[in-house]
Design a protein around this ligand. Structure first.
Ligand SMILES: Cc1cc2nc3c(=O)[nH]c(=O)nc-3n(C[C@H](O)[C@H](O)[C@H](O)COP(=O)(O)OP(=O)(O)OC[C@H]3O[C@@H](n4cnc5c(N)ncnc54)[C@H](O)[C@@H]3O)c2cc1C
Length: 408
């Protein structure tokens, strides 16, 4: 392998994990990681949590300590925008006409924030959160703000709201749907999250949308479609993301909205792979999916390194993520909820693990609030498509591991 060159596009969690795994697995060829941000690979979850609140220094965010990449002889080129990954020519190319030939390439370009295209969106004080400087700007401005309006109550919006309330900032959220986190967690669980935020003093405006931002030079108020006027001096927009697929534009791989890979994480070009937030993969249980989670970035990064070295094993992780808001922790296993919910614990007491079954009784997903152990134990059941006994799911005294036929 010593004469081979592997190029990784993107220098974030997936890329970093893949590079470290390749070296750790004995790959001794040239390994180059190209990222457009100015920072070495870092973890984003803290940007809406401890780092945003100023409780964690930036050094804590970095995936590896200073000097580690050089020690491993991994070339990390920062501030470098890759224009195109050319699978036929076997090279990545740059806007200045330069290129780097590769024997194998990994596309780990992640996602970017969706832009809110309304009048006034360009005013000073209308911000988004994705990178370290975004978190720095939000913290600096929020601390002096009389009110912050957050647009969108997905996970980023909800976490930013929680962190800003913890800093004592007044927060209003404007959300199109009728409750919090509706798209991922649905009405029943979203309503519990909504109550947690109301208890912490967040003003919630549901079923409404931003019509425009107003202010002279700097944002001063949000005008909603239903005619509300909310005075504020800072806005944080968190209305979702879109995958960075442009480096492979024209190759017919961006379907549906991500770079398409097979179960092994390989594109239809045998030496080009994609992983992490950008990859729409062919999952043995869930079918074609693309997920945007920290744990998935690590697991896919590890897996794709094996694939680049020739493994044909499918990536069958059941997917898991968490979200911290105030002193509550949400966890989810699986990728989408079904209508049939079996509840262990209590929604009213805000401590539960909810299991979601398909019409055949197969466990497809679970969501917990401050009940983390059972999500971990449910993951093997989801992966193996087990149809557990409903009474056993309901009973907190039943250890979920006993419901796994593979362990019986
Ligand atoms: C504020 C925040 C909080 C989060 N909290 C959680 C959480 O609590 N739990 C959880 O499970 N997940 C969380 N996530 C999601 C998690 O951080 C992502 O799933 C993870 O970062 C995905 O890693 P990635 O490497 O695939 O993509 P990304 O982190 O998006 O990285 C892709 C990198 O590629 C770069 N790039 C793109 N195009 C090019 C190009 N053409 N040339 C060069 N470089 C390029 C991008 O700029 C970026 O640096 C959070 C995300 C954010 C933003």
């Amino acid at each position: 392998m010593a004469d081979r060159t592997f190029v990784i596009v993107g220098a974030s969690l997936t890329a970093a994990t893949a590079a470290a795994t390749l070296r750790g697995s004995g790959f001794d060829g040239r390994l180059i990681m190209l990222g457009d941000e100015p920072h070495e690979p870092y973890e984003r979850p803290g940007l809406s949590k401890a780092y945003l609140r100023g409780e964690e220094p930036a050094e804590e965010l970095f995936v590896r300590p200073p000097g580690w990449w050089e020690e491993q002889e991994i070339e990390v080129r920062l501030g470098t925008v890759v224009e195109r990954v050319d699978p036929r020519g076997g090279a990545v190319t740059f806007g200045d006409g330069g290129s780097i030939p590769f024997d194998a390439a990994l596309v780990a370009t992640g996602v970017r924030n969706r832009v809110l295209d309304v009048p006034g969106a360009g005013l000073d004080g209308v911000l988004q959160l994705r990178r370290i400087p975004d978190a720095d700007a939000i913290r600096a401005r929020a601390l002096g703000a009389s009110r912050v309006v957050i647009v969108g109550m997905g996970f980023i919006g909800a976490e930013v709201a929680a962190s800003l309330r913890q800093l004592g900032v007044e927060v209003t959220i404007v959300e199109l749907f009728g409750t919090a986190l509706f798209r991922i967690l649905g009405t029943r669980i979203g309503s519990v999250v909504e109550l947690i935020h109301r208890d912490h003093g967040v003003e919630l405006v549901f079923g409404d949308d931003v019509e425009r931002f107003e202010g002279s030079g700097r944002v001063e108020r949000v005008i909603t479609r239903r005619g509300r006027s909310i005075a504020c001096d800072l806005v944080v927009v968190g209305i979702g993301t879109e995958p960075n697929v442009e480096v492979m534009a024209g190759e017919g791989l961006d379907e549906p909205g991500g770079i398409r890979v097979d179960a092994v994480l390989r594109t239809e070009f045998p030496n080009v792979f994609a992983a992490g937030d950008v990859a729409t993969h062919d999952h043995p249980v869930f079918g074609k999916i693309r997920v945007e989670h920290f744990d998935n970035a690590i697991k896919m990064g590890e897996h794709v390194a094996g694939a680049m070295l020739g493994s044909d094993a499918p990536f069958d992780d059941p997917h898991w993520f968490w979200s911290d808001q105030y002193d509550s922790e949400i966890q989810m296993g699986g990728v989408s909820l079904t209508d049939d919910m079996v509840l262990r614990g209590s929604l009213d007491e805000r401590r539960f693990c909810a299991f979601f079954l398909d019409p055949a009784g197969v466990l497809r997903a679970c969501v917990s609030l401050d009940w983390p152990r059972d999500v971990r134990r449910a993951l093997p059941l989801i992966r193996r498509e087990v149809a557990p006994d409903r009474a056993a799911l309901l009973d907190p005294g039943v250890d979920l591991r006993t419901l796994d036929p593979a362990r019986a």
